[in-house]
Design a protein. Structure first.
Length: 338
C-alpha cells in the first residue's frame, strides 16, 4: 500500500493490454467474474479510467476463445499461416503469379490443419467444440490470411467473436497465352477474344458469387453470434435473479432460524419454570393435605367437646336441681326442729 495525496491507496501495475492477455486466455465461463474483479482492483488503485476500459472488454464466444487459446499455445503453427498470408498479400501487390499460385496451394491444407489444431486445443482445455464451429474457425483463419488487420487480431489472441472477410480475395493471376508468331485469321482472333471475355465474365461472376456467399455466411454468423450473446445475457440475467432470490431466501432462513432459536430458549425457560411451579404446587398440596387432616381432627375434637359440654351442662343442671332439692329439704327439716 502507498499514500497518495494523504490518502491510503493500492499500487497496481497492470495495464489494459496485460488485463486483456489474462482474460482472453481464460475459458468463457470464467471471463466475466475475472474481468469484473480486475476492474474493481483498478478502481481501488485509483485508476477509474483503466477500470472502465477493462469493464468494456467483451466476453469471447467459445470459437473465439478456442482461436485465442491456439494463438497462445500453438503460436509457431499459427505463425506459419500468418507468414503465408503475408507472402500471399505481397505476391498480389507485386502481381507475382508464380508466388501467388504457390501460396494458394499451401493455403487450403494449412488452414485445414489449423482447424484441427483449434479443435484439439479446445478439447485439451475440456471444452470440445460443436461440429458447426469448423466453418467459423475456417472463416476466421481465412480472414487472417487475406487481411492484415485480421491477422494481427488473431496473432494477439484477443478475439471476441469469429472473423469474416467479404472484400476482394487475392487469387492466382490468369495471364493470356502468347499468340503464335503466325498471323491469326480475323474470325479466329475475334472468337478467342469473345472466349476470353466470357471467361473473365465467368470468373467475375464466380468472384461475386463467392463474395455474396461470404457476406451471407458473415451475416448468418453475426446473427448466430447475436443470438448466442442474447441467450448469454438472458442466462446471466436469470442467474443474477436466482442469486438474488437465493440470497434473500438465505437471509429469511437465517432470520427464521434466529427466531426459532429465541423461541426454543423461551420454551426451555418456560419448561423449567413449570417444573419449579409444579414442585411448589406439589409441596403446597402436601401441606394442604396435612392441614386438612389437622382441620378435620380439630373439627372432630370440637364436635366431641360440644357434645360433652352439652352432656356436662345437662348433668350440672340435674345436679343443681338435686342440690336445690336437698337444700330445701334440709331447710325444711331445720325449721321443724326448731
Amino acid at each position: 500500500m502507498v499514500e497518495r495525496g494523504g490518502e491510503v491507496g493500492y499500487t497496481w501495475s497492470v495495464d489494459v493490454d496485460e488485463a486483456a492477455d489474462r482474460l482472453y486466455g481464460m475459458v468463457p465461463d470464467e471471463f466475466t467474474s475475472a474481468r469484473d474483479a480486475l476492474a474493481k482492483e483498478a478502481k481501488a488503485a485509483g485508476d477509474a479510467a483503466l477500470a472502465k476500459r477493462i469493464k468494456a472488454l467483451r466476453k469471447p464466444t467459445v470459437v473465439a476463445w478456442a482461436v485465442n487459446r491456439t494463438a497462445r499455445e500453438r503460436s509457431e503453427e499459427l505463425g506459419r499461416l500468418l507468414d503465408l498470408g503475408r507472402r500471399l498479400r505481397d505476391a498480389w501487390r507485386a502481381q507475382d503469379a508464380d508466388a501467388l499460385a504457390e501460396a494458394g496451394r499451401e493455403r487450403t491444407p494449412l488452414i485445414a490443419r489449423l482447424v484441427r489444431s483449434v479443435r484439439e486445443t479446445a478439447e485439451e482445455a475440456g471444452r470440445p467444440l460443436a461440429p458447426a464451429a469448423d466453418l467459423e474457425i475456417e472463416q476466421t483463419l481465412d480472414a487472417a490470411v487475406v487481411d492484415e488487420d485480421a491477422a494481427e487480431q488473431v496473432r494477439l489472441g484477443r478475439l471476441t467473436r469469429p472473423l469474416g472477410y467479404s472484400g476482394f480475395t487475392p487469387a492466382p493471376i490468369v495471364r493470356p497465352a502468347p499468340e503464335p508468331a503466325a498471323r491469326k485469321k480475323p474470325g479466329r482472333r475475334k472468337a478467342e477474344q469473345e472466349r476470353h471475355e466470357a471467361e473473365r465474365e465467368k470468373r467475375s461472376a464466380e468472384r461475386e458469387k463467392r463474395s455474396a456467399e461470404r457476406e451471407q455466411h458473415s451475416a448468418e454468423r453475426e446473427r448466430q453470434t447475436a443470438e448466442r450473446e442474447r441467450h448469454s445475457a438472458e442466462r446471466e440475467r436469470r442467474i443474477k435473479e436466482l442469486e438474488g432470490a437465493l440470497a434473500e431466501a438465505e437471509r429469511a432462513a437465517l432470520e427464521a432460524e434466529r427466531g426459532r432459536a429465541d423461541w426454543e430458549a423461551e420454551r426451555a425457560e418456560a419448561a423449567r419454570e413449570r417444573e419449579r411451579r409444579t414442585a411448589r404446587v406439589e409441596t403446597l398440596n402436601a401441606k394442604l393435605a396435612k392441614a386438612k387432616d389437622k382441620l378435620n381432627a380439630a373439627e372432630h375434637r370440637l364436635e366431641v367437646a360440644r357434645r360433652e359440654e352439652t352432656n356436662a351442662e345437662r348433668a350440672a343442671r340435674s345436679a343443681r336441681r338435686r342440690a336445690d332439692q336437698a337444700r330445701a329439704a334440709l331447710d325444711e327439716a331445720r325449721s321443724g326442729h326448731e
